[in-house]
Design a protein around this ligand. Structure first.
Ligand SMILES: NC(=O)c1ccc[n+]([C@@H]2O[C@H](COP(=O)([O-])OP(=O)(O)OC[C@H]3O[C@@H](n4cnc5c(N)ncnc54)[C@H](OP(=O)(O)O)[C@@H]3O)[C@@H](O)[C@H]2O)c1
Length: 262
């Protein structure tokens, strides 16, 4: 099985911590040249120093706020003047704030739509010409299991995540003929700062301790535990590899079995 990413250039968004960081570490381990992308250059440079390097790999760190599409476009254009062609795009960013859909402000939907869908789309459009030229492309979106089963109290997130999944399936249909796959990987409850915040919020709402809330969450997962960012990154890394060439247009939950639909 060919898992080698040598001479492949990967752009990994939201890679300063959590699942994005774990993905960057794994792709570098497999030989890719990795460009880290988030908001804080100092943190990204620390992550860059952790990435595997066989002496021929070249890693980069670039910055912009994904809620500002113009700034993201400028940062990406600048990077494309250094690395001309990318083969792998990992779309990932912070999740929208929790809360019900029916009371959410229209602005919250618009902001999340910009940060998730428009940002993914803009980056894909900038990288697709290089992928076409190489005859190899992997666009992988980190979304959420909510695209299969909406989650309570994540109204804006559920809505925008669904749009991203639908965008991805459409792009997969259009781009397969160029050797470019587009897939979604859907985290369930995964041990990151984001999960800590969600559990804390739920515990406060229910008036129970954070520990009790975490145990309750685990009890509905067939694996009876939260996932690790590295376990999630393994699935993304496989989809990014040459071995996954015939997989496109799918949404794969990495959730310990929590999603109850088929
Ligand atoms: N963890 C879970 O249990 C879980 C479950 C389902 C879905 N998800 C979703 O999966 C994705 C990754 O989750 P995670 O737990 O790894 O998240 P995380 O630990 O909060 O990391 C998010 C990453 O995105 C970057 N980021 C956030 N906002 C940004 C912005 N406006 N512009 C540029 N970069 C930004 C962050 O870097 P900076 O802040 O330094 O910019 C960070 O690198 C999120 O969308 C999350 O909602 C997570």
């Amino acid at each position: 099985m060919d898992l080698n990413l040598k001479n492949k250039n990967a752009l990994v968004c939201g890679s300063s911590q959590g699942m994005g960081k774990a993905i960057a570490i794994q792709l570098a381990e497999m030989g890719a040249n990795v460009t880290l992308f988030a908001r804080n250059l100092e943190v990204l440079n620390r992550v860059k120093a952790e990435l595997a390097n066989d002496g021929t790999q070249e890693h980069f760190a670039i910055c912009a706020d994904f809620s500002d599409p113009a700034a993201v476009g400028r940062a990406m254009d600048e990077q494309l003047s250094i690395v001309k062609e990318y083969h792998i795009l990992i779309n990932n960013t912070g999740g929208p704030a929790p809360g019900p859909a029916n009371t959410a402000a229209s602005e919250a939907f618009l902001a999340a739509f910009n940060q998730h869908l428009i940002n993914n789309h803009q980056l894909a459009q900038k990288l697709i010409p290089g992928m076409k030229n190489a005859g190899f492309g992997r666009i992988i979106n980190v979304i959420s299991t909510s695209v299969k089963q909406p989650l309570p109290n994540l109204g804006v997130s559920n809505t925008v995540r669904g749009a991203v999944a639908s965008w991805a399936k459409t792009m997969a249909n259009e781009l397969g003929q160029f050797g470019i796959s587009v897939n979604n990987v859907l985290p369930g409850a995964t041990n990151t700062v984001r999960l800590d915040a969600i559990i804390k919020n739920k515990a406060a709402k229910k008036g129970v301790s954070i520990e009790a809330m975490a145990e309750e969450e685990k009890s509905i997962i067939p694996m009876r535990r939260f996932g690790e960012a590295e376990e999630f990154a393994n699935v993304v890394a496989f989809l990014a590899s040459p071995a996954a060439a015939y997989v496109t247009g799918v949404s794969i939950p990495v959730d310990g079995g929590r999603t109850s639909c088929l």
